[in-house]
Design a protein around this ligand. Structure first.
Ligand code: SF4
Length: 223
């Protein structure tokens, strides 16, 4: 795979979906109620673990209603209150603990967390895995870390560019080594992959309607 092939895939996705729904410009969808707004990305990245975005939105809405929108308030509110607020996101006990851990980490961070935090530091927090860490780094901190999710694995494994057993780190390296170091591009590409996986390369893929059918390893075998 060369840089130009991956860029070509990006361009085809962009021309196909044109950011008509969901994430204009590939930015994280923010309600604007959290302070600072970047905190909402951190919270959303944890809430979205193992659930869909609709459930996350309901939980965020409850947090806003209860004014749990600042790190200090989140750190000091009773855990039971936070659990009730985020119940719709599932795994609410575990996620409330993770939220409390991460906001304490932000509050204790020496200097500007959003400007300086490093990947290894995020990964050292219990409950923050590679996908959550990279989502925080890319969308809250504007650092060039490509986010790999289940949609990315599905689309690119079917396409024939990733092995079924490729590790998170291998896939992240694959994208980052083929693409220019560009935060905006990483955000947009990720959003387009999600769009493609939801609309066309679904669990049961709609290969006949897909722009990649002739070049995709899976799609080209579909009659
Ligand atoms: S051709 Fe089919 S399997 Fe390949 S990317 Fe398109 S929808 Fe997915």
């Amino acid at each position: 795979m060369s840089n130009s092939q991956l860029i070509k895939i990006y361009q085809v996705l962009r021309d196909t979906y044109s950011f008509s729904t969901g994430w204009p410009d590939g930015e994280w969808p923010l309600s604007g109620h959290f302070r600072p707004q970047r905190l909402e990305v951190v919270v959303g990245a944890i809430l979205t673990q193992n659930t869909n975005w609709n459930n996350v939105e309901k939980a965020l809405d409850q947090m806003v209603r209860q004014e749990l929108v600042e790190a200090v308030k989140l750190a000091h509110c009773p855990q039971s209150q936070l659990e009730r607020a985020i119940r719709s996101a599932g795994f609410y006990r575990q996620k409330a603990e993770r939220l409390k851990r991460v906001v304490r980490f932000i509050l204790d961070y020496p200097g500007d967390f959003y400007g300086r935090v490093r990947r290894e530091e995020l990964l050292s927090i219990k409950g923050i895995g590679p996908e959550t860490a990279d989502s925080i780094l890319l969308y809250a901190c504007d650092q060039p870390h490509f986010v790999v999710d289940a949609y990315t694995c599905r689309v690119f494994a079917r396409y024939g560019l990733l092995g079924e057993r490729a590790s998170y780190q291998e896939i992240k390296h694959f994208f980052e080594s083929c693409l220019p170091v560009d935060v905006r591009l990483y955000k947009r590409f990720h959003a387009l992959i999600v769009e493609h996986a939801k609309r066309t390369c679904k669990k049961t893929p709609l290969c006949h309607a897909c722009v990649f059918q002739t070049e995709c390893a899976y799609g080209s075998k579909v009659n």
